[in-house]
Design a protein. Sequence first.
Lengths: 193, 190
Amino acid sequence: MNQAKNFTKGFVRENPVFILMLGLCPALGTTTSAFNGFGMGMATLFVVLMSNIVVSIFKDFIPNKVRIPSYIVIIASFVTITDLVMEAFMGALHAELGLFIPLIVVNCFVLGRAEAFASKNTLFSSVVDGVGMGLAFTMALTMLGASRELLGANAIFGLQLIEGDGMLVFILAPGAFIALGYLIALMNKLKKD
Amino acid sequence: MEYIVIVIGAVLVNNIVLAQFLGLCPLFGVSSKISTAAGMGGAVLFVMTVASIVTYLLSNFLLEPFNLMYLQTITYILVISSLVQMVEIILKKVSPPLYQALGIFLPLMTTNCAILGVAILVFQQDLTLLQGVVFAIAHSIGFTLAIILLAGIREHMDLLDIPKGMKGNPIIMVTAGLLALAFMGFAGIV
């Protein structure tokens, strides 16, 4: 597969959140603002990139029968690293994302890349895939966070656009589902064109 | 009394799916029929309760005394995946029809963030063992309630005329949003 296509496939055509519906828990749980969505996306990008690299290097050594537990342990190690580093250097964001950082380990999107891509492809393709898919995931979370912040707080990345409070429901749980529903509808339209 | 507060809080006020966003993959994946949704709820009830007990014992008697808390995520996920494997083997022997009906979603329960999430929450909130068990059971009841409600709505929705652009996933999301809105009405009762 050509690498440019490999890199861009995640943004619209195989978007992990809007099209494949993977990794929905962090996508809905952390996107109360554009910045939180972006931070969560970046944390996931690191994990998916590193696990793709390791899985791709060791793909010939991991016995087929125990591959899923092996992938999970590899992913869990990088999640632990992310968790500790973020706690040390990005305390405010870490507190905001809370439970969802250790839960990257059960994000089906990360395991999905290891199983569906890195275990079958070369190291270089896996790196490209990890970065591309990770950025696509970040884009999806930032979009969702931005639209929720815009509707719920009249702001974007913390910058107040209009005076006043906005529709608080979009910051709360129900708004997350509704905003994602409309974004999926929009993405389905884009995919067809 | 404190147990009643835990149960009402977990099932209605802080519903694990609709308010805390955990376990969304099975919520959307297995909610097309009420019967499979209920089977999934039962499996989650079992795994979540046992996982909370095992991880509670592990972290309180092994990880904390030996200062190994940084291994929490890895240990928990290993415990959960072996439990899921065990449930799979038992179900295959004891109840083949249910095993067939749950299909791929049974092994995928390893990556059900609701289970790992509840195990971590039990530890973070410093619950006792008994409180932890009640907490886990209540959360899995909340999960089952949400998934069965959504399955019921989806069974009706199949017959409705839905705008073309909203067919499939978008309308399910909006429905879940309205369901979450309804559950917000319980806020403040505990």
